[in-house]
Design a protein around this ligand. Sequence first.
Ligand SMILES: *Cc1c(COP(=O)(O)O)cnc(C)c1O
Length: 319
Amino acid sequence: MKNKLSLRDVWQANKRIRNIVAKTPLLYSEPLSKHTGRHIYLKLENYQPTGAFKLRGAANKILSLTPEEQSKGVATFSTGNHGIAVAYVAEQLGIKATVCISNRVPNEKVNRLMRLGANVEKVGENQDDAEAFCYELEESQGLTVIKPFDDIQVIAGQGTIGLEILRELPEVDQLIIPLSGGGLLSGIAFTLKTMMPDIHIQGISMENSAVMHESLKRGVPVSMKESDTLADSLLGGLGPSNEHTFQLTGQYLDESLLVSEETIKKGILFMMEHHKMIIEGAAAAGIGKVLHKSEEAGENIVIVVSGNNVDHDTIRQLL
Ligand SMILES: *Cc1c(COP(=O)(O)O)cnc(C)c1O
């Protein structure tokens, strides 16, 4: 098994996923640039067909499986953007996707997965039960579990965002990237830093349960209690035996910052008001950060707008 990420993996991903994944726009944000006195660009992953960047990694991983593996089907235990991405890719390719969830997952989420043709298995009372069941299916039925971030092909898929940015904006100085498991950040940062070592990479997490931030500080993956946050897509641990993203994030990140719920909220509202876009909390964290306090490392800054999976009630409450 090959387990070291190379630039070739990212270029191969770029070729492999092109029929399923959108090349997203890089939007120059006049209002954010005015506000900060820098040139701020938004990489709009909310414009993926599934509404989030996770499609890139899931597509690359599933497309790199052998025909035999594909015919047995894939499985995941995520109900969020990753689960949606896996279900979507499987539907596009005509293969079977199983999503294992706990009995607590709300019906709205279950329905969305079923509409994408996924087979939904309800087990247990929490996420750990669902995950354990998913690995049982791998044993008993030969399904391939598609991990949300800690996988070389998934990381390479997210890295294709870096290729698209470089092509459009070679003068980029700094990236602002939401950070949870670190697949998104390590993919983009590896890709860009390998070609332009002096680019500045900033990771953004929410103050409540910033697992990667805390793990990097202590030098080992830690687990933390989850608390409510607008950036719910950034919740979750690094996995019991993280193989790649903890090390890669530590190696390629220059700065890890935390933002408050209030700052995330400002980011969401700013995007609605000035760009007429609804984005989710995780995606708004970086926008909130530059609005709140802009001390940036360079002139040309790209903020990765990672997704738009937010429910109506949340938006109504913010308004
Ligand atoms: C998953 C996700 C992230 C974080 O990505 P990681 O690879 O886990 O760091 C950020 N934003 C959105 C919308 C996501 O779905």
